[in-house]
Design a protein around this ligand. Structure first.
Ligand code: UGA
Length: 438
């Protein structure tokens, strides 16, 4: 099949490259000339493990091309995916659909043959109806089926998630469109990935409900972690104890500094706006959003407490700055709130991250950045492990302890056993675990 992927951001680029790896012919389109030129030279706009090789292999195989010419890519495509950004609209938190609608108009004008127009961007319920209306008004003669096909890719594991999905969700009431989508996903379908075919509005809601549920799960265990700290229990054991119940499941029960990233914060707020508009309040999700925001700020206070309640004149080294490992994405990262709280309290903040320093620097110019975690820790009054990158999972704790001004480790991801930290001569502070077993 011939596929046009409109938007070569995170979702578009990963999806386009993976579709071409299945044997489809994919043209990835973007308005950003420099991005397209860089991609043609094999330079990726984002850090995602394995993406550069995947792109290179399929470009070489002649199945993957990049262009700024949307009309040309659309004119001979059987399936056109809209994968442009849907940022939070300034002021009200609604998803900003101007890029989606702009792309739709351009697609409508370029349609030359029957095709499915698929929204892959995360869009509020009812957006597909609007996309359909725009196509009908812009190109009344065109034969196009508008389908919703949300993505469930995690940054850092996106290729794996695309190739081995838990499910594929397709929203359309039209049997012909469903058949074309089956064709697009046939290689996965053969791998027995379940295909959930449902109405378009239901598919749109599935995406938001999934992200809101996962955000809720994380926030739930984070609050249980606070309770563990208060009563002297261990949140990791609680998570294991409840997660082994198949009805609950063990994933997304890692207590930490609060969720961040480009999806959960934005999507939960957009879902709340939809719920408000339809007078069907989602009170649990409302609480999740509030609790998570407060938690990120509370993490700064936790570090200050570890310093004995006074941060003025102290130096704190943050290890891991991105919102999660294996990405250079800093959007809504907990590190942003922690840095703010520490600097407000008069601390000097240092930062280390394996991939995110450039992005971090653009958002937090007043942090001193280091290329090495040990150098960042040298002479510091506290080291805070914020993001659990692999390279930060086996630090030489004795070496850290020896080089620091005060041997304090705040482990916000519970990476290190308390005993190991204490045996290395460091004072341990973590999330939801007693410093000594009760
Ligand atoms: C999330 C979803 O997991 C994907 O299924 C979805 O497709 C994507 O959003 C999207 O809507 O595009 P992502 O934001 O890349 O993916 O990252 P996650 O792995 O879900 O992590 C999100 C945040 O939750 C991170 O800050 C992470 O540290 C935190 N988290 C995750 C925890 O604190 N504890 C956990 O147990 C799991």
């Amino acid at each position: 099949m011939r596929i046009a992927m409109i938007g070569t951001g995170y979702v578009g680029l990963v999806s386009g490259a993976c579709f071409s790896d299945f044997g489809h012919h994919v043209t990835c389109v973007d308005k950003d000339v420099s991005k397209i030129e860089a991609l043609e030279r094999g330079v990726m706009p984002i850090f995602e493990p394995g993406l550069d090789q995947l792109v290179e292999r399929n470009v070489r195989g002649g199945r993957l091309t990049f262009t700024t010419n949307l009309a040309q890519a659309v004119s001979d495509a059987d399936a056109i995916f809209i994968a442009v950004g849907t940022p939070s609209r300034r002021g009200d938190g609604h998803a900003d659909l101007s890029y989606v609608f702009g792309a739709t108009e351009e697609i409508a004008r370029a349609l030359k043959k029957p095709a499915v127009v698929v929204t892959k961007s995360t869009v509020p319920v009812g957006t597909g109806d609007e996309v359909e209306r725009i196509i009908r008004e812009t190109a009344p003669q065109a034969q196009a089926w508008v389908v919703s096909n949300p993505e469930f890719l995690r940054e850092g594991a996106a290729i794996e998630d695309f190739k081995r999905p838990d499910r594929i969700v397709v929203g359309t009431d039209d049997p012909q469109a469903a058949e074309m989508m089956r064709e697009v996903y046939r290689p996965l379908y053969l791998n027995k990935s379940p295909l959930v075919i449902t109405s378009r509005r239901t598919a749109e809601l599935i995406k938001y409900a999934a992200n809101a549920f996962l955000a809720t799960k994380i926030t739930f265990i984070n609050e249980i972690a606070d309770l563990c700290e208060a009563v002297g229990a261990d949140v990791q054991d609680v998570a294991r104890g409840i997660g082994l119940d198949n009805r609950i499941g063990s994933k997304f029960l890692h207590a930490g500094p609060g969720y961040g990233g480009s999806c959960f914060p934005k999507d939960t707020i957009a879902l709340l706006k939809t719920a408000e508009d339809h007078q069907a309040p989602l009170r649990i999700v409302e609480s999740v959003v509030k609790v998570n925001d407060l938690r990120k700020r509370a993490m700064g206070r936790k570090v200050i407490q570890a310093l004995g309640g006074e941060a003025r004149g102290k130096t704190v080294a943050l290890l891991g700055l991105t919102f999660k490992p294996n990405t250079d994405d800093m959007r809504d990262a907990p590190s942003l709130s922690i840095v703010q709280a520490l600097q407000d309290a008069g601390a000097t903040v240092r930062g280390y991250d394996p991939e995110g320093i450039e992005q971090a620097r653009a958002m937090m110019a007043s942090v001193d950045y280091y290329d090495d975690p040990y150098e960042a820790a040298e002479g510091a009054d506290a080291v805070v492990l914020v993001t659990e990158w692999d390279v930060l999972r086996a630090l030489d704790l004795r070496r850290l302890a020896r080089s620091m001004a005060q041997p304090i480790l705040v482990d916000l991801r519970n990476v290190y056993p308390v005993e190991d930290v204490e045996n290395a001569g460091l004072h341990w502070h973590g999330i939801g675990r007693p410093s000594r077993p009760h």
